[in-house]
Design a protein around this ligand. Structure first.
Ligand SMILES: Nc1ncnc2c1ncn2[C@@H]1O[C@H](COP(=O)(O)OP(=O)(O)O)[C@@H](O)[C@H]1O
Ligand SMILES: [Mg+2]
Length: 474
């Protein structure tokens, strides 16, 4: 009996048996109306198909995928499917049925540090090199090895940092040197629209992956989702004797030695001249651009470390657990650098070049690989478009940030939210605006398949309304 159906984006449908064990045999495939619709859709774009296969292979619990095809497409689709090593397919009548081997989801999703540590340094590093950790020139594997070395017989390795609300621990080597910070996922406590507590760890890694893939422009410290062994976390009940509860999954980040601490302890001078003697314009722009791309809902001065012994200081952005809410919850941007005078200075030529070269399609793939939800990847796509178009129109960081962040008491939709409503109107995507008891107006869109990842026509409409808005604003 078929008990579960999952459909992606209206393009592809998949079905699974109740015991999760095997795919349904092809002749028992129950077609879903959406898939039938797709049968009429003759144009499956190559890129879209690749993305869908990527989700199927990497993230999805289902094990069988059915793509309706016309003979004209068959060769092309077969060719694309065969590029995925873990997928096999058979052609049956006018459809391709794709199945996947038993991919170990866990191995892909986090680094099991205590287990890997037993293999010694070289095996540890070479394993990570084969894994997705390879992407950043060994910085992350080195950081994780430093942490691995603390995993045996080092009761004092984890020290709770009290400043934050959630569980944050400094990880120290035997010699007492701080090597990393660890934030267990189960100790996350934030409340944000469009974000779930427990998803912070992967977002911490996502911020690093997105930044480092683009030349570490914003300087996010090396970060990875990993499992660590610790005996003194807040979430272990004193009565618990089970060692299983000592294995914690969370975000590990390279400890950045900041003598000055965070920006929280300093006021930013009001004049541009004095402010940029304290922190350069460029440094503020680097953090700001990261926050725009990732729609940060938590950029306050406590989440920016100051590096260096004397001014001008460099900035290190930290705490990225609350980035990338789903695209239908863009009401909570918090970008405290909006009050810094550096944000009003136009972008430099190099910064403009960096912005122009950002590739949201590539970045979307990177996020997908990490398991970020599709509706949150849409946020990155929207924000990159906004950043690139506004930069083309000569806007400043301050202008762009003000488009994203709600004004005053955060009750009334931001300019970006208004543009999203206009885009929904233009492509007939139903939504509503509702006033809550708190006075806050919320944008609501039905959580259907299309709203999870809005169709390309939505993005076209949004671009159009944004360009109109850019042209009409001074
Ligand atoms: N990579 C890091 N290097 C140095 N200190 C850090 C790092 N990450 C966090 N911290 C310190 O830990 C504190 C809490 O971390 P943060 O990530 O902001 O957690 P929370 O979500 O609890 O605010 C920070 O204010 C900072 O002092
Ligand atoms: Mg913080």
């Amino acid at each position: 009996m078929v008990t579960k159906c999952t459909y992606f984006n209206g393009l592809i449908g998949a079905l699974k048996k109740k015991d999760n064990s095997q795919a349904i045999t092809p002749n028992k495939v129950v077609l879903n109306p959406l898939v039938q619709q797709v049968a009429i859709l003759n144009e499956l774009e190559e890129m879209t198909l690749k993305e869908e296969l990527y989700i199927f292979e990497q993230q999805c619990q289902v094990t069988l995928l059915r793509i309706p095809i016309s003979t004209k497409q068959q060769k092309q689709i077969e060719e694309i499917v065969s590029q995925f090593a873990s997928l096999s397919y058979e052609v049956l009548d006018n459809q391709i049925l794709i199945t996947k081997g038993n991919i170990s989801q866990e191995a892909e999703v986090f680094v099991n540090v205590p287990q890997l540590a037993t293999q010694g340094h070289d095996a540890f590093i070479s394993y990570l090199r084969q894994d997705r950790m390879d992407s950043s020139g060994g910085q992350r594997s080195d950081m994780l090895w430093d942490v691995a070395e603390t995993q045996n017989n080092n009761e004092d390795a984890f020290d709770a940092v009290n400043e934050g609300e959630g569980g944050v621990y400094a990880v120290s080597s035997l010699s007492g040197k701080k090597v990393a910070m660890f934030k267990p996922a189960e100790e996350e406590v934030f409340v944000r629209e469009g974000l779930k507590a427990g998803e912070g760890a992967v977002r911490e890694e996502a911020a690093y992956v997105i930044d480092s893939a683009n030349g570490s422009f914003s300087g996010v410290p090396p970060t990875a989702v990993a499992q660590l062994y610790m005996t003194n976390s807040k979430s272990i009940k004193p009565s618990s004797k089970s060692t299983a509860s000592h294995f914690k999954l969370g975000a590990v980040q390279r400890f950045m030695n900041s003598r000055m601490g965070s920006l929280d302890d300093f006021g930013m001078p009001h004049s541009t001249e004095k402010a940029s003697q304290f922190v350069s314009v460029d440094q503020v722009h680097r953090v700001g651009i990261l926050d725009i791309r990732l729609f940060n809902t938590d950029r306050h001065p406590g989440n920016i470390l100051l590096l260096g012994d004397s001014p001008p200081y460099s900035l290190v952005p930290i705490d990225h657990g609350c980035i990338l809410p789903s695209w239908d919850h863009l009401s909570e941007a918090r970008l405290d650098w909006l009050s810094y005078p550096q944000a009003h200075v136009p972008f430099s030529t190099q910064t403009i070049e960096y912005i122009n070269h950002l590739n949201p399609t590539e970045d979307a793939r990177r996020l997908r690989r990490l398991g970020i939800r599709e509706e949150c990847i849409t946020t990155l796509r929207i924000c990159t478009m906004v950043l690139q178009e506004a930069t083309k129109a000569g806007k400043t960081l301050h202008w762009i940030g003000s488009l994203l962040q709600r004004e005053g008491c955060f009750e009334v939709p931001s300019a970006l939210e208004n543009l999203i409503c206009q885009a929904c109107d233009a492509c007939n995507m139903p939504y509503s605006l509702r006033k809550c008891d708190t006075g806050e107006i919320k944008f609501l869109v039905e959580q259907g398949i299309l709203s999870r990842r809005p169709p390309d026509v939505f993005h076209d409409c949004l671009k159009r309304v944004l360009i109109n808005y850019l042209n009409s604003s001074t």
